[in-house]
Design a protein around this ligand. Sequence first.
Ligand code: SF4
Length: 481
Amino acid sequence: MSIVDSMKKTMLKQAGKFVGSVVRNASEETLYRLFATVSAVSKEPAKGGLKKLANMAKEKHPMIQSWRRVFQNANPKCVEKVMTNLVINEFALGEKIRQEKMLEHEVVLPKLLVISPTYACNLNCVGCYAGLYGRKYQLSKEEVWSLIRQANELGIYFFIITGGEPFVWPHLMETLKEFNDSYFQIYTNGTLITKEVAQKLAELGNATPAISVEGFETDTDWRRGRGVFAKISEAWKNLREAGVIFGASVTATRLNHDTIVKEEFWNFLKENDVAYSWIFQFMPVGMNPSMDLVPTPEQRYERFFVLDKLRLGGDFAFVADFWNHGFLTHGCLAAGSKYLHINAKGYAEPCVFQQFAVDSIREKSLLEILKSPFFTAYKRMIPYSNNLFRPCPIIDNPKVLRAMVKKFNAIPQHEGSEKVLTDLAPELDKLSEEWAKYADKLWYEYGYAEKYPSKRGIYDFEVRMNRYANNEEKLAIDKKA
Ligand code: SF4
């Protein structure tokens, strides 16, 4: 690294710390100036992103107002870590490293890594893919740390920890401390977040729990167990008092649909200081996959309008509906295009829901896995449909999943996972065909096709290089950028 680059890196980190310290009480005008300054010393594509944030602050965009509200209520350490670890390390500096490594290794790299260090859990929720294993499958501390180090080397500083229940894994807090320049989102049932745990998270600052909630007490306790809703409320209170930024993870099912499309539910989350929300549609995966809870196409369509309004509304820092917002990510994120999942057995799954794998971290490095024929083939095919409202090879384009598993002899990761390719195939074909009608309506009649045109092969290395050569895309490493 040149002296100039090194100075810029230090400046960016200092700027991040400074922003972190003042942002809690900053006006939109101050935020605008801060983001504009950081943008001025960054390169594409981080530069463009930061400039966009600066303009959003200038225009007093509802999302910026919402972030300000979140920051005002948060512990200063948590705010500082969002700025230094997520905005600076992952977004501004990490993007440049990822692109340098992309060129060096000739592979498009993901932005984040999802790790399930354990499948063990203290609950036994209806339809969970991991709940029945006990402590049979765990990653060691050394395995997880080696993975994070390898990812950091590639410029990845954002990690999602899921499971199983991450707080059951004995090395979680130690890991957050060891990698205090990375940022972690922890998908948790929340029941183990005591006052002490919340306090420790506040001191570390570099993790945000996303707590599973299915609706109000009836919906949540039906799926997660009696008394769980009360324990979630307790976890929210503990986190709020400690100033930890936390979110909600909502599984949309056929049964809780009516609850989660109601304003009342979202007001309730807001009143409880939930900062952000991810909505995951129930998927027929794991042991004995079933279609019983999968939302109907009509429900998915209705949910889109409710959640897109929430996404843009400013009540939350962000709201994302994992499948219905595929148009914001060029479709599927799997197989290292934007992320991949290392499961508790050590296997590298294309994504959390696509539970078939070829390679294991116990045999290959992270980079070798990202360059594997299985992942390369997936990335070359994204998006699987030109309509980005049909992003998924499991529920929207099931023929793709069947063909890929067959071609690469991918191993089912749970007993019964293969049913998604066999017993459930007719129902999945029908579901995808029915959804296609709604998806086409959204894509063509609501103008998304023009606004978010699909870019074939966007996650393939050669296609990306061609796009760069044709000035269709900028790179952070480009001196002109
Ligand atoms: S495979 Fe489906 S669930 Fe997984 S990232 Fe792609 S679209 Fe999402």
